[in-house]
Ligand binder design. Sequence first.
Ligand code: IGP
Length: 268
Amino acid sequence: MMNTPDILKKIIARKKVEIAECKNNIPENQMLDVAYKNHNTNNFYQALKDKVDTKQNAIIAEIKKASPSKGVLRENFNPVEIAESYEKSGATCLSVVTNKDFFQGNNQHLIDVCEAISIPILHKEFIIDSYQIYESRTLGADCILLIAACLNDQQIEDFTMQAININMDVLIEIHNIEELERTLQLRLPMIGVNNRNLHTFDVSLETTIELMKEIKEDTLIITESGILTSNDVAFMNKHNIYSFLVGEAFMRQDNPGKALQKIFGKNK
Ligand SMILES: O=P(O)(O)OC[C@@H](O)[C@@H](O)c1c[nH]c2ccccc12
């Protein structure tokens, strides 16, 4: 368990080393080749939008063994079993965290889940290099996460275009007004608001409510992190937010799918 305020910097520093190693094993042009040959992608955005348009909750259920702020969330960790449990229980999409050193994830988890499951899948990783986007497609993901706190304006734009060009969706994640303003000119159809500050780990659900005022009404807003109870869901619904990314609350329970149903109600 790590608890320094600068955890994000550490994650990025480590990631850079990892990417250099990966490029040594499989060069970027080769990765791109494989990415293109991979199966078609599922439409992540549309799956969420269909639910939200009918005022049903759209749930991205996350598979994550541990986190830097909370340590190990779940000892008995079988990604495919968890994914099946989520799918059966009405999850709209899945999110698979692959980061090794800080979340105890693994690329193999994503490969296995993508093979076993037919609903759209988000690759949860700290993307800082175009190489990772081809890698993500190669592993089988449908959508990448771009965390504005880790990227400059040019990278946000370039990485978004690159993902769209290989038929992937992009979930851009922001946490404050400065990050939001840096993404608005791209007119992305969906934006994730992280209620957790990645520098300090502080969580406040008000983050979503404050920032949504600055986002155009036809943008799909996904509230991320810190959703623990059905009261939290009701609070978001009251503010017209119907899209959720939830990890910890499900991961801590023996049966993650049952936990999903408990918090969201039967959501078929
Ligand atoms: O476990 P929670 O509090 O329900 O949060 C899920 C998800 O939002 C969180 O894991 C997350 C949001 N953005 C991230 C970026 C990297 C790693 C993890 C995340």
